[in-house]
Design a protein around this ligand. Sequence first.
Ligand SMILES: Cc1cc2nc3c(=O)[nH]c(=O)nc-3n(C[C@H](O)[C@H](O)[C@H](O)COP(=O)(O)OP(=O)(O)OC[C@H]3O[C@@H](n4cnc5c(N)ncnc54)[C@H](O)[C@@H]3O)c2cc1C
Length: 382
Amino acid sequence: MKFFETIILGGGASGCMCALQAKGNVAIIDKQNRIAKKLLVTGNGRCNLTNLNAEAKFYNDEIVENYLKRFDVDRTLAFFDSIGLVMRHEQDKVYPLSNSAKSVVDVINNALKAKEIKTFTNCEILDIKIENSKFVLEGQTEQFSCNKLVIASGGKSVENFLTNYNIPHSTFCPSLCAIKTTNTHSLNNVKLHDVKVCAVTSDGKTKLDRGEVLFKESGLSGIVIFNLSSLFAREKNFAGKISIDLLPDLNNEEILKLLNKRRALKLEIPSFFDGVFVKEIGYEILNRCKLDENRTSDKLSDKEIEKFASVIKNLDFDVKGYYENNQVYSGGVRLEALSDNLECKNIKNLYFCGEICDIDGECGGYNLQWAWTSGAIVGKAL
Ligand SMILES: Cc1cc2nc3c(=O)[nH]c(=O)nc-3n(C[C@H](O)[C@H](O)[C@H](O)COP(=O)(O)OP(=O)(O)OC[C@H]3O[C@@H](n4cnc5c(N)ncnc54)[C@H](O)[C@@H]3O)c2cc1C
């Protein structure tokens, strides 16, 4: 059995930050073949490492503010600068200047080497126990033990340990993911560039966002949908409705004016929306209005025009579930169960940082900021 004073379980964003801030000697264990590997896929391979506006309102719980204040965006940028990363901003989002997540992974690995931090890769921990006030970690081929344990394992991989040791946590639920819905088959691959989208849960909670939506074979995707998925994830129930306002800058009266102008064009009904929407969207509106298409547009009634306007403002889909391409998990160890330094109140010398905590943010660098913030707080406390 290998013994270390402190072990960090998980060499992802928060675990690496924790190790690099820690004064004493720590060892990192990770199941991947490379430390910080997951960062390579973040931000579509560009790693959106933080957001200049990382405030509590972009997270599920305002308690996050207390922690963000202690290791904020400026400190995060100063830290990455100190380990050699040159960065650039795209509006509020921060990326490496190289525009490649590899640069972030490289500087982190270089800094770990310079600090001579012991790392174990290809080493999945299957079980954690507490024996005689020491933590014992069962790997596939090796056993480890330590006096202090930092759990920085991301999503739900140590859920059993949390349950076995009564560590208060809420259910993990995929968040920032595409959403499965009804009725998108005929719209597969259609992209809407600037629409307003409203998500409503089955018990009436709502969330609005605006931007791009991409239709999938049986659901919806795109940044707006990813952000709205957090509403369902936090309710632990992917059920409700998604409604799309296809022309968010026009009010009902303006849409009626636009449609009435088109009515006079004597268009064949299947072509009525040509020039306004892509064909698939036009057909979808027509299908939902269920009208006689063997006419020209000048024969459309006022009621039919009003129905078009109403579908344009509210193209709705029933939510049926989520796709497994989630960027984070909502849920995790409750912050009330942890001290200001993220040490478990019930189990001394046990710390948590990163996604395993019940903090999740929107897309845009907020989740990695939480990983840096929480990792740094734990690292400094060790
Ligand atoms: C595709 C994608 C894109 C994303 N893009 C962004 C973005 O641009 N900006 C942003 O802010 N956030 C982004 N995120 C979210 C961000 O990656 C996470 O919030 C962040 O990585 C969480 O950090 P963490 O240290 O808590 O966990 P992780 O980074 O997931 O690290 C956990 C580590 O623990 C290891 N581990 C887990 N269980 C075990 C075990 N039993 N034994 C050994 N090792 C174990 C894993 O291998 C992993 O390396 C993205 C996520 C995904 C999936």
